[in-house]
Design a protein around this ligand. Sequence first.
Ligand SMILES: Cc1ncc(COP(=O)(O)O)c(C=O)c1O
Length: 347
Amino acid sequence: MNNTSLIDLSKNENSFGPNPHVVTALMNIVEKISLYPCMSGHKLKEILGEFHNIQPEQIVIGNGSVSILDHCARAILSPGDEAIIPRSTFIAIPQIVRDHGAHVIDIPLSNWVIDLQRCLSLIGPRTRLIILVNPNNPTGTCLPQETIINFLQHVPPHINVVVDEAYIDYIQDPSAASVADLINEFDNLSVTRTFSKAHGLAALRIGYSIMPQPVAKRINAFQLPFSNNSLALEAAALSIQDSDYLKRVRIHNKSGQEQLCSAFREMGINYIDSVANFISIKLGADTKMVFDYLKARRILVAPQASVNMPDYLRVTIGAEEQNSIFLNYMREYIISSTEGIPAYEAV
Ligand SMILES: Cc1ncc(COP(=O)(O)O)c(C=O)c1O
């Protein structure tokens, strides 16, 4: 890699790269882009229905899972309602809640894990929606399935619980944390998933949600005709059936995680243990300076002040060479910062 090219470790993209089988399949259908896609995405819904052992009518497909989170909020929230969400989480979630005129109520994190007991105590007469993110972004922490089941058993049935499982495929055993299997046991539960992360299809903008049929029907009614493009539908249908690729993505991610974490330990940098494809590192008073130092050297990481973690930068686990370049600059920063940061010289 050319040292001067941008290394973007700020968006939690999949540094393993796209699935080659999917790329080949898309090449073969790209000449058909003059045709409209399937109106409802029924083929993908059938494949996802089989994958999750549910009815295709329980599935909503969206242009990225973020659009489904937005549709859920639109279907569920009215102005003045309350939505309970983790205090530090995916930045789009509080924005979506506020966009629909509802109030955000924060769930505190305990040792960076979403505190579900506290969440129950925050439920009030205007609570309509609870959104959990599991594994959570930017902490990378994960709640076990049994903890969420116990929580769901205590949530009043008129309150909808949406669990965003965007990073679930990075866990060695996703079934230990996912509540996707429980959709038919709780009438107020929805789970959103994305193809943007472990499946490596971020540019295609496709995600989905599984939910009780009546909620799916309401949300599908918001969808404009032909809103999911053919390439994305085809790629998602192939990718969901390729568990081998996901295994390779996990191995790649684990080795990048070890590379980064051992270097952080050696440098004395504190980090939050993550099960996902990113790690949040604690830099305290140096946070902004490190961000600027890296940015000047064409490395992007994600500041977290906007989600109540001003002392942290979130770093996506990159490919080995990207990680090495990033780590070298971190070492350089640490050495130089004791003597004042040197002016950046273009390489
Ligand atoms: C927790 C979480 N959910 C959803 C998304 C967005 O996914 P999509 O690309 O499917 O809209 C992200 C993106 O970073 C995320 O971190």
